[in-house]
Design a protein around this ligand. Structure first.
Ligand SMILES: NC(=O)c1ccc[n+]([C@@H]2O[C@H](COP(=O)([O-])OP(=O)(O)OC[C@H]3O[C@@H](n4cnc5c(N)ncnc54)[C@H](O)[C@@H]3O)[C@@H](O)[C@H]2O)c1
Ligand SMILES: [Fe+2]
Length: 425
């Protein structure tokens, strides 16, 4: 495979852009103090969807007390279940509607934020939620959501998507609509300070995958004559944001995992995750995500563990296309703060593999207990993610998916047959 340096990515002429964002995004230590003012902009009856573990912690009770202290009426809902089974949402929406919710406040990780987005949807639009699975099927505005993440990873506070598990479906499903973009996001890195090591590592590496896939996604042709797709593929407005995200996460994610109470590292990782959310919320993601959904369903492993594990293998596969390899090299230059001439696509692959090793992401699918003879089924299920594969930078054939899975199973990087443990030094 020819090696590619980090020289400026070519073929950028006339790349169009789309960016959908909350009307307000506040970021920084202590920014949660703004919440009474930001929430009150949208109404006085607040339905607060709060992660059950966090609901009784001092930071979060102080946030809720500040809202009531400011004269807002707050109803707290804490029955958020990991993986967000869809069956729980209808009854939550009934509660919110009966309460007369004017604004939905979401506090927690991606699960709580996604729950809040769907409750806000079902408050206004008739269920069941499956009516809205897919893209652009939400008919109009939902109850305004103010999103406050306590993990640094999913970017759900700024994205147009919410992901649920549905017992009737083999894979998790998404509702994607510009109407699901929260009205406001308040991202206070101090709220991530208590997050356990695994949550920090897996949500943080997922953010890096969001940035990498956003930056390498195939741009969809712009057609301004109809409703644009929710996810556009790589676009001119998100490219610099994705690189900024990589520059925050590369140096600081291992520090945040190693030193969970370090405020500076938490700041940088929360900023990286937010920037990655801003980028992929408009572009979408591709191969790592398409393959993680079946792997997550099979192994019950966290979303970010799977996407992070796959990232070096997907980037390695992308080196096969010279134009995409240039982008992989440029992404690595941003990740390591390197001059372009010192970067290369192969170096990016190896750096991401090292990063995974440093934060405890398993190196191979075999370590997750997946057998080699299960790879064909995983590839088949991965092929069903048509929306994700539509912006994959390489032709997303069954063969490509099987090749990536085979290498990720055996730990083979670098286009050689050397095992990952020997390749990465
Ligand atoms: N909507 C999107 O754009 C988007 C993007 C990626 C992933 N997701 C979804 O997000 C979900 C994963 O979200 P997540 O990784 O943020 O985890 P999560 O919300 O599922 O939370 C994981 C665990 O961390 C705990 N936790 C959260 N914050 C904490 C804190 N500050 N201190 C201590 N514990 C804390 C929670 O109680 C929970 O036990 C998945 O369902 C995934 O599909 C959504
Ligand atoms: Fe993700």
């Amino acid at each position: 495979m020819p090696e590619t340096t980090g020289a400026a990515p070519g073929a950028l002429a006339c790349l169009p852009g789309t960016l959908r964002l909350p009307a307000r995004v506040h970021f920084g230590h202590g920014s949660r103090a703004l919440l009474p003012e930001v929430v009150a902009l949208h109404g006085r009856r607040v339905f607060a969807v709060v992660d059950p573990f966090l609901a009784t912690t001092p930071h979060i009770t102080a946030v809720l007390d500040a809202l009531t202290g400011a004269g807002l009426d707050v109803r707290t809902y804490t029955s958020v279940t990991p993986e967000l089974p869809v069956g729980t949402l209808d009854s939550a929406a009934v509660q919110a509607r009966e309460y007369g919710a004017e604004v939905v406040l979401a506090i927690g990780g991606g699960s709580a934020l996604d729950a809040a987005k769907l409750i806000a949807l079902l408050c206004v639009h008739e269920g069941p939620p499956e009516r809205y699975y897919g893209e652009n099927l939400v008919p109009g505005p939902v109850v305004p959501v103010v999103a406050v993440p306590t993990t640094a990873g999913t970017g759900s506070e700024v994205t147009p998507v919410a992901v649920v598990s549905d017992p009737g479906r083999e894979l998790k499903v998404g509702v994607s609509s510009p109407f699901l973009v929260p009205a406001a996001a308040v991202v206070d890195p101090d709220l991530t300070l208590g997050a356990p090591r695994g949550v920090t590592a897996f949500s943080g590496i997922d953010a890096l995958v969001h940035a990498a896939e956003s930056y390498t996604a195939r741009p969809l042709p712009a057609d301004w004559s109809g409703t644009p797709p929710v996810f556009t593929g790589r676009n001119a407005l998100t490219e610099p944001v994705a690189l900024q995200a990589a520059g925050r996460l590369g140096p600081w994610l291992p520090v945040a995992v190693r030193e969970p109470v370090g405020r500076h590292a938490r700041h940088e990782v929360a900023l990286g995750a937010l920037l990655a959310g801003i980028a992929f919320g408009s572009t979408g993601t591709h191969l790592c995500h398409a393959l993680q959904y079946p792997i997550g369903a099979l192994t019950k492993t966290p979303h970010g563990l799977g996407t992070g594990l796959l990232l070096p293998y997907v980037l390695d596969a992308l080196r096969a296309d010279a134009d995409v390899a240039v982008r992989v090299a440029a992404f690595g230059a941003a990740l390591e703060h390197l001059p372009a001439e010192d970067a290369s696509a192969l170096r990016t692959v190896m750096r991401v593999a090292e990063l995974n090793e440093a934060i405890g992401v398993p190196a191979t699918l075999a370590e997750l207990g997946i057998e080699r003879d299960q790879l064909a089924d995983i590839a088949e299920l991965g092929l069903r993610s048509a929306r994700l594969l539509a912006i994959a930078p390489l032709e997303p054939s069954r063969e490509l998916l099987l090749d990536i899975l085979g290498r990720a199973h055996a730990g083979i990087l670098d286009g050689t047959d050397s095992h990952r443990k020997r390749t990465v030094v």
